[in-house]
Design a protein around this ligand. Structure first.
Ligand SMILES: Cc1cc2nc3c(=O)[nH]c(=O)nc-3n(C[C@H](O)[C@H](O)[C@H](O)COP(=O)(O)OP(=O)(O)OC[C@H]3O[C@@H](n4cnc5c(N)ncnc54)[C@H](O)[C@@H]3O)c2cc1C
Length: 505
């Protein structure tokens, strides 16, 4: 085997992992002036960061486990994130029916009071008590559910948040490499010398960096033990969570949070206009990390969870798509998978002068704050990231949508490009915000957007995803940059595949 090619450049920071935590840290570090290389073994957000319930939330149920620090931080972040990328995140109202078999009403009321008051910056509507016999959200519920509550949280297109972090990092100078795996690294004379494998070509390259961040999510402990050969006392608990998608089972923009007799909760959320997203589960995972799928008993459990409450019954045969992911939770030795802490732990190892920071746990919601904490921790040993924190007030790419919020931005787009079909204008604004204008370019009619591949997906949009957002395969386009996989038929998906393959050559 020939020796790996070597790059002379010495990066300040090598970030391993293109999930929400790795891309968030890369973005923050670049904004502080550091030179950053981010490597992701597959596509951005291939694993946990595209498999979440997609909530920007404090985590109402974590109050039961006394996770006040986490809930407060997450609630504060919820408000910040909603202004950073208002195109891909939006507020949602959650309907919580009271079931006397699970928790008493006073407990729900007390929890929601705390939820409304833990964060000092709350702008979303506060919680209210409702009588479902009179309130429109009660129409979807079985008649025995007469009382409950409605509270606020937020929604995020999780994999798009990851891509926007990566775009912002790249626009601030980061070198972002997808399909690139860290296969070995050693500390040599106070620096990291790392071997990277390009998974498309099989070629390897060595790179140097002053510090490394291990944001490998489910692989965090394996990267330490197997790739870096560094002993570490901290470990992760992998807990699988799965979701099903069914044709829409109720009307209205509200989400529902249902309490199960096992004390767990399951959400039903409006999804991609025509569907309802139902999840999630908590299944301990003892095998290797990687792609995971939903098991038949999880589908049954999720159907039963919503059928206990909804008028319209959901059957296993209604499921049009499902996805599952592994939570890389910090192992706090809890006996029960649902009770393991959702908080994060940052472990800094400064042996031999080449720092290594490993990330255990975390939420999509707290990823921006986690990045800030990570860089604060690194700053004393890596002066390049010692600058001021800055991400709390800077929008993500496309987030500068201007006055009037999303509706105002959509109305302006429709005035500028009245020839765009209404649904496409909406979708472009929802996914790309102000960057929608980059996709439209000089076009003054649909023909100018390129060939139609299926639904309203044009070659112009796919070009943008491949040129600007690191999409390399049809799956990247259909399931992570967008959820068009739910809307296109098999023949249309094949056309996307053919186009992407031809362009990728
Ligand atoms: C079912 C479920 C529901 C959830 N719901 C929510 C929610 O509603 N709200 C919320 O805030 N959070 C939620 N979360 C939590 C959230 O999704 C995770 O905390 C977060 O996505 C973890 O991101 P990460 O970057 O640490 O990991 P990942 O997204 O898994 O990223 C790690 C990346 O590292 C890469 N990698 C690993 N090894 C290497 C290597 N050697 N070289 C290069 N790359 C490598 C992997 O390919 C992977 O892409 C949920 C999680 C699950 C599983």
């Amino acid at each position: 085997m020939s020796a790996p090619a070597s790059s002379e450049r010495i990066y300040d920071l090598l970030v391993v992992g293109g999930g929400v935590n790795g891309t968030g840290i890369a973005r923050d570090a670049c904004g502080r002036g550091a030179s950053v290389l981010l490597v992701e073994q597959d596509d951005l957000a291939s694993y946990t960061s595209s498999s979440s319930t997609k909530l920007i939330h404090g985590g109402l149920r974590y109050l039961e486990y006394y996770e006040f620090r986490l809930v407060r931080e997450a609630l504060m972040e919820r408000e910040r994130l909603l202004t950073m990328a208002p195109h891909i995140m939006w507020p949602l109202r959650f309907v919580l029916p009271h079931s006397k078999l699970v928790r008493p009403a006073w407990m729900l009321k007390a929890g929601l009071f705390l939820y409304d008051h833990l964060a000092s910056n709350m702008t979303l509507p506060k919680s209210i008590g409702v009588d479902f016999r009179k309130h429109s959200s009660g129409r979807a519920l079985k008649p025995e559910y007469t009382k409950g509550f409605i509270y606020s949280d937020g929604w995020v297109q999780d994999s798009r948040l990851v891509v926007l972090n990566a775009m912002d990092a790249a626009e601030r100078g980061a070198d972002v490499r997808v399909r690139t795996r860290l296969i070995a690294a050693q500390r040599v004379n106070g620096q990291w010398v790392a071997t990277l494998e390009n998974r498309a070509t099989g070629e390897t390259q060595t790179v140097r960096a002053k510090a490394m961040v291990n944001a490998a999510g489910p692989w965090v402990a394996r990267l330490l033990a197997d790739t870096l050969k560094i002993p570490n006392s901290k470990s992760v608990r992998l807990v699988k969570g799965s979701h099903i998608i069914v044709p829409r089972v109720y009307e209205g923009p509200q989400a529902y949070i249902f309490q199960n007799p096992d004390k767990r909760i399951v959400f039903a959320i409006p999804y991609e206009q025509k569907f309802t997203l139902i999840g999630t589960t908590d299944i301990p995972w003892k095998e290797e990390p990687g792609k995971v799928g939903i098991a038949p008993d999880e589908v049954t459990y999720l159907c039963e969870s919503v059928n206990r409450y909804l008028n319209v019954q959901v059957h296993e045969s209604d499921v049009v798509w499902s996805y599952a992911g592994l939570r890389p939770l910090y192992d706090d030795a809890s006996a029960n998978a649902s009770a393991v802490t959702r908080d994060y732990v940052l472990d800094l190892d400064t042996q031999d002068g080449a720092p290594l920071l490993s990330i255990f746990g975390g939420k999509i919601t707290t990823s921006r704050k986690l990045a800030e904490h990570a860089l604060e921790k690194l700053a004393p040993v890596l002066p390049a990231v010692g600058g001021q924190s800055w991400t709390a007030s800077e929008v993500l790419p496309g987030g500068d949508i201007g006055e009037g919020g999303f509706d105002g931005a959509l109305a302006r787009l429709r005035r500028v490009a009245p020839w765009l079909p209404e649904g496409l204008a909406w979708r472009l604004m929802r996914n790309y915000g102000s960057r929608a204008y980059e996709i439209i370019g000089q076009a003054d009619a649909m023909e100018g957007m390129g060939e139609l591949l299926g639904g309203d997906l044009t070659t112009g949009e796919v070009d943008y995803l491949m040129d600007r957002e690191w999409a390399r395969t049809a799956e990247d386009v259909l399931w992570r940059r967008s959820k068009l996989g739910l809307h296109l038929n098999d023949a249309e998906k094949t056309r996307v595949e053919t186009y992407v393959q031809k362009k990728a050559v």
